[in-house]
Structure formats: C-alpha cells, structure tokens
Design a protein around this ligand. Structure first.
Ligand code: PMP
Length: 478
C-alpha cells in the first residue's frame, strides 16, 4: 500500500485498519476453533480481480491459493460475471432441486465435450450436493451398488474430503472398509528408491494384495486415486504407474475412480489430469473449478455402472443455476483459449525457476508439480537423513537401499520442516503473496495460481516467493 501522503489519506488508512482489525477480532471470538485458512491468513478480502485480492486494510495480495484451487480463471473473470448476470436477468429460477433446465442442459453439454472421448460417449452424470466431498460419497456409493462389494482401495497421502466415506478414503483416517496402498513418490518413496522402480514396487504390492487369497483384502468395489495428490503434498503420479493401475483394475473388473476435484479443468496442463497418461477411468469426481468459483460437484461415469435406484444419492442443493452458468462459461473459456496447455508450459517454467533456487538453499528439499499445481518442500538441512521406510540400518542390519536390484543407493530425504514452511508462508503474506501449506507434515508450500496468470504476474509470484525463502533461510541460518 502506498504511504499516506496527507492527513486525509492517513485518516482513511486508519479507518480501514480499524475495520480490518474489528472484523478479524470478531471472527476469532465468534467462529469455530475448527476454522482453517482463516487462522493462517489474517486478511479480510473486500475486492478481487484475477490474481489480485484487496483486503479491508487496503493491502493487495497475489492470490496463489485461488480458493483452494477453485478459481481457474481467477477472481471475478468477466466471462463468469457475465454468465451469472445473464441468469439473474433472465428471471430463471435459482433453486430447482435436480430438475431439468436450459442452464443445466448447457452445462452438461459443455462438460461432456471436455471429457475423454471413450467416457463421454457412454457418460452419465449425477449432480451432487455442492461440495467435492459429497461427489466422492456418490462415487463410492455408485461402485458399491454396481459391484455389490463394500471395500475400497485408496492411497497413502490421499485427500478426498471431510464427510465420513471421503474421510475414510483419505489417508488420515482409521481404515474401516478401505485398504491403503502406497502412492508413488520420489522424494519420500516408501521403498527408499523413488523413480520408476519405486512406482513398480507399489504396483506389485497392489497386485499381490488383490491376488493373494490370504492378503486380508477381499475384492473391492473400486479404487479411488488422485492423478496428482494435492493436499498430500503436490505429488504427481507417473503416467506409466497410472496406466498400471488402470490395467490392474480393468483386468479384475474393479471400477477406477479418478478424483479430479483439484486437478481438473486444465490445472495440470491437460484438461483432465488423467489425459496425460491416456487412462480412461470408470468414474470421475469433479468439483472446484467446474462451478466457475461457485459451489458445484458432480460425478460422471460409464453408463453400465448406472444401476442404483431413484434417490440413491439425493440432496436439496443439487441445482445451483448460477454455478452451472459460471461453470459452463469457465469450461468453455479454458477449452477455447488453450489454457490447459498454457498451464503446462508456464508451470514447467515456474517449477524450473524454483528448482534452480532450491540449489542455493539446503532447506528446500524438493520442488515438484505438474502444470500450475506446484509444491516446494521445506526440510531441516542439519537434520539426520530419514530412511523413507524399511529396515533400520543403524544397528548393522543389511542396507537394502544399496541393493543393485533396487537401483542402487537412494538419496534419503531430510526431515520435513513444518515450522520453516509456516515461516515461509508468513513471509510470503508480508510480501503480498498468498500461498497454502500442504503435505503429510504441512511442510510443502503450495502454489495454485489461476490459469489466466500472465508471464509478468508469474515472475512476480516467483520473485516474492524467492524473496520470502531467502529471508527465512537467512534468519534461520539454513
Ligand atoms: N478431493 C480432492 C482431491 C480435493 O482436493 C478436495 C478438496 N481439497 C476434495 C476432494 C474435497 O472437496 P470439498 O472441500 O469441496 O469437499
């Protein structure tokens, strides 16, 4: 914010600060202890456009949280506003349960147009309650009904939502009917080797669980996965591994559910992240960006799974006309303007720049991502390296990581540094940049900028993040 230049400006600034402080004070007095983003981001947004948010105190921020990855076109994009106004001005009903409307018809047509061909040709859509987690519930219910089996396969590090079934499939849960499989990751590979061989071992474990009659895991109703884990720490699944999961599930008649709630609508460099691998899932869970910044969640699935009965997944709020109109406009804009490709190119450039920066700072353990889903993992540079898992080698037991079969010794990751990550997030906020934390230990600084971000804005984001990282690294001597 520019420095006040006279008494009037100073007075205005003081009033703005008082409003801002008052709202934050009342929020902390009245809202739940379970509030999340609000704790880390003491800002009071009053205006927003594109990448920029303005707070009640007059400060401006570059918003790389984007409503937790919702705002594919940034805040208040003109085509979104126009679509919303058109519905409002038309006199159309805003609340219609799940009745047919022209607005919904147009949304379904545009959505089906973007789907992988093999799915689009045989797709059914179920409109769900307006959050991603309800669509996850619907997907689990759908495959359980279709297969008559209760079990679900899910992955370490997964995040699917906060309702009971989605939580059960997420990795923080105490498993009930969910068998957990290793998600492939290079930096903290559970087998200590990463790369294609780490992914291969995970795939073999999956096969063995399914085929060993004494594995304790009966044939499941479905497998649910994120093509890139978001909340789990920005971990892209390798394309060959995804194809393996498709082959494993297909050959055993297990429906594959792709949770594209966060990865969808161009974010990873393809319209849907499964397209990178050519995998066609049986069910896709879609939310966030498909509502063009308003709440909307659906599942799309192959018609032969559509054997559940009327009302099997009901809900009052499944017909948000404004969200459907905003979503149609967003989907069309991303498609017509090649924004997925743009996200892929720009994301690769930003990841490259951050990887160069990582070389200067031992406290940056890893920089990774796909498209405009980017993560920077903070570690304790002085900490002892952690064998990702497996035998403790300190007592002289054999060191499997040196086994040539496993691809030779791996570079062991350093301990995660959640405090450093929080310090970087705060330093970013001080520099007018909003980022999120994620990952198993909340040690990954995440960037989810809108796909409309310009080259200049991307440079400003990288500059501010670099500056914040430098300041924290210097202050912490790491
Ligand atoms: N699945 C994934 C992959 C997500 O990232 C999220 C939200 N971050 C959800 C499901 C749940 O969506 P919601 O918060 O809208 O319930």
């Amino acid at each position: 914010m520019p420095a006040p230049y006279d008494g009037v400006a100073r007075g205005t600034a003081a009033r703005e600060d008082a409003v801002h402080e008052g709202i934050l004070r009342r929020q902390s007095a009245r809202e739940s202890a379970a509030r999340t983003y609000a704790r880390a981001l003491p800002i009071v947004p009053v205006r927003a456009r594109g990448l920029t948010i303005e707070g009640a105190d007059g400060r401006r921020y570059l918003d790389c949280l984007s409503g937790a990855g919702t705002l594919a076109l940034g805040h208040n994009h003109p085509v979104v506003l126009e679509a919303i106004r058109k519905v409002l001005d038309s006199g159309a009903p805003l609340h219609v349960l799940d009745l047919a409307t022209p607005v919904k018809d147009a949304f379904t047509t545009e959505l089906f147009r973007t789907l992988p061909r093999a799915l689009a040709d045989r797709a059914r859509i179920q409109f769900c309650g307006p959050a991603g987690t309800d669509a996850v519930e619907a997907a689990l219910k759908l495959v359980r009904t279709a297969t008559g089996r209760p079990g679900i396969l899910a992955f370490t590090g997964a995040y699917h939502g906060m309702t009971a079934g989605a939580l059960e499939a997420s990795s923080g849960a105490q498993d009930v009917r969910v068998a957990r499989l290793p998600y492939p990751q290079d930096y903290r590979c559970p087998f200590g080797i990463g790369g294609p061989r780490g992914a291969e071992l995970g795939a073999r474990w999956t096969e063995s669980l399914l085929d060993d009659t004494k594995s304790g895991v009966p044939r499941p109703a479905g497998m649910i996965l994120e093509p890139v884990q978001g909340e789990g720490g920005v971990i892209p699944a390798p394309d060959p591994w995804l194809r393996r999961m498709r082959a494993i599930t297909e050959s055993r008649s297990i429906p594959l559910i792709a949770d594209e709630v966060q990865t969808g609508v161009g974010r990873t460099g393809a319209f849907w992240a499964v397209e990178h691998s050519g995998v066609v899932p049986d069910v896709m869970v879609l939310s966030k960006a498909i509502g063009g910044s308003l709440p909307l969640a659906v599942i799309v699935y192959r018609d032969d799974l559509d054997v559940w009965g009327p009302g099997a997944h009901a809900g009052t709020f499944r017909g948000n006309q404004l969200a459907m109109a905003a979503g149609t406009a967003t989907l069309a804009y991303v498609r017509e303007n090649g924004l997925a490709e743009r996200a892929g190119d720009l994301g690769a450039r930003m990841i490259g720049q951050l990887q160069s920066l990582a070389k200067e700072f031992p406290c940056i353990g890893d920089v990774r991502g796909r498209g405009l889903m980017i993560g920077v993992e903070l570690v304790e540079p002085g900490g002892a390296t952690q064998p990702a898992s497996g035998p403790d080698t300190t007592d002289g037991a054999s060191d499997f990581s040196a086994d040539p079969l496993l691809g030779g010794p791996a570079t062991a990751p350093l301990p995660a540094a959640p405090d450093l990550a929080a310090a970087v997030r705060d330093a970013c906020l001080n520099r007018g940049l909003i980022v999120e934390l994620g990952g198993r230990h909340s040690s990954v600084v995440r960037l989810l900028p809108p796909l409309t971000i310009t080259d200049e804005q991307a440079a400003a984001v990288v500059d501010r993040l670099s500056d914040a990282l430098t300041a924290v690294a210097r202050a912490q001597h790491c």
